[in-house]
Design a binder for this molecule. Structure first.
Ligand code: SDX
Length: 392
């Protein structure tokens, strides 16, 4: 007898919480952060402003934004001992595994961040991770490229400083070259939150046991790594590369994607909630054209992507399943044009999603949500007596 329990695989029809952070309408392709449309925020706000909005609920005024960035900058040093942990990884380690481990290891050097019983303590753990996570992101990239680590330049803006820690471009370049920073800022905003997706639900349920913010985020990084979730942006580029190697034969990959016996899926397509165009994909597709144009980058992969999209949008199998390009379909093309290695794409997704994870974790703690503990329907063996070893 299963009593009151009903099973809902993947929680497709289960609401896990009430939240005031992000609203999305899958049918109409609407996405809003704290009531502001993603289209407006991507155009008119910058990433740190959106981080403040998601976490604290309001767009910051000038003084609030300046104090926020000063407090984050104060906390942007990472303990030198952490480099020993980074050194322990082989260069071949996937950056998402390195990032998740380093995020978890941070607690050892910031033990006070586990207790968030006061507003100040919670605020302090939030500015600490907003200051240190970008350093860890840059370190994972520099490690895999065998390049020296760097703490960046506090005179730069938040996203500029991240770019500098990753690429170590001369500081003067950032004044001349806003294209890349503007595109990166927009991409990070578009990834910043997405209500109760897999990795955010992971952050919430981990934090619901009152495990600290940092380890809850490390759990979110791990969940995001999967190719069905954030890992899709890397898988999209690998798929497009394979199609290019195959002479641009998109039909073969479309057939594979529709073949029930073939586990291959068209990466960057489909979504649990959006049964229409993912509004983020629309903006990123436009940005891809713009950035590659501005950078003078001719990338045949972009043409293959557009061809594949066109085919899929006209294909019966995809149309009847309402499969459209999602946030991951075009983002990797821009990261590649920026010189970001393909196995760093999901790390960039994690960087963008950081404020959303923090906002959702904070809301869960402030609302004193109970520890997450679902039930099950037992389908195993009935009661049976133990069998001694010599009788088996
Ligand atoms: C992200 O949740 C979020 O908000 C996530 C995210 C965020 O911002 O946090 O938006 C970010 O993760 C975007 C999604 C990135 N993943 C991919 O691009 C991987 C490819 N997409 C699929 O694996 C899939 O579409 C999911 C995982 C995104 C959604 O899966 P669902 O909702 O569980 O849907 P499903 O697997 O039940 O598929 C429904 C049908 C199936 O066919 P039938 O069994 O009904 O015949 O559609 C088919 C699937 O086989 N299908 C696909 C497909 N996606 C679904 N067939 C081919 N190619 C695909 N991409």
């Amino acid at each position: 007898a299963t009593g009151m329990v009903t099973i809902d695989p993947g929680y497709k029809n289960t609401g896990s919480c009430e939240s005031a952070i992000t609203f999305l309408d899958g049918e109409k392709g609407i996405l809003r952060y704290r009531g502001y449309s993603i289209e407006e925020l991507a155009e008119k706000a910058d990433f740190l402003e959106v981080a403040y909005l998601l976490i604290f609920g309001e767009l910051p005024n000038k003084a609030q934004l300046e104090k926020f960035y000063d407090d984050i900058t104060e906390e942007s040093q990472v303990d030198e001992e952490m480099k020993k942990i980074l050194d322990g990884f082989p260069k071949s380690a996937h950056p998402m595994g390195v990032l998740s481990s380093l995020t978890s290891a941070l607690v050892a050097f910031n033990p006070s961040t586990v207790d968030v019983s006061s507003d100040e303590a919670m605020y302090n753990s939030i500015v600490r991770i907003l200051g240190k996570f970008p350093v860890l992101v840059a370190w994972t990239m520099r490690k895999k490229m065998g390049l020296p680590l760097d703490y960046g330049d506090d005179n730069l803006g938040y996203v500029e400083n991240i770019h500098k820690m990753m690429f170590k471009k001369p500081t003067k370049d950032y004044v001349k070259n806003p294209i890349v920073i503007d595109a990166l800022d927009k991409l990070l905003i578009l990834h910043a939150d997405h209500e109760q997706n897999c990795s955010t639900s992971t952050v919430r349920i981990t934090g619901s046991s009152h495990a600290g913010l940092f380890v809850s985020l490390a759990a979110g990084v791990s969940a995001l790594w999967g190719p069905l979730h954030g890992g899709a942006n890397q898988a999209v580029l690998e798929m497009l590369e394979a199609i290019k190697e195959d002479g641009g034969d998109t039909k073969k990959y479309m057939a594979k994607a529709k073949d029930k016996n073939d586990p291959f899926r068209l990466m960057g397509f489909g979504h649990r909630v959006y049964k229409n165009f993912d509004p983020r994909a629309k903006i990123i597709k436009k940005a891809a054209d713009q950035v590659l144009g501005d950078l003078g980058v001719e990338d045949p992969i972009l043409d293959i992507a557009k061809g594949l999209e066109k085919e899929a949008l006209e294909d019966q199998y995809f149309v009847e399943r309402k499969l459209y390009p999602n946030v991951d379909f075009y983002s990797g093309i821009i990261y590649r044009a920026m010189g970001i290695p393909v196995d760093m794409f999901t790390v960039m997704f994690a960087l963008g999603r950081l404020p959303g994870w923090i906002a959702q974790w904070r809301e869960m703690r402030l609302r004193k949500e109970p520890i997450g503990r679902p039930r099950q329907i037992y389908i195993g063996e009935n009661h049976r007596p133990f069998v001694p070893l010599d009788k088996r």
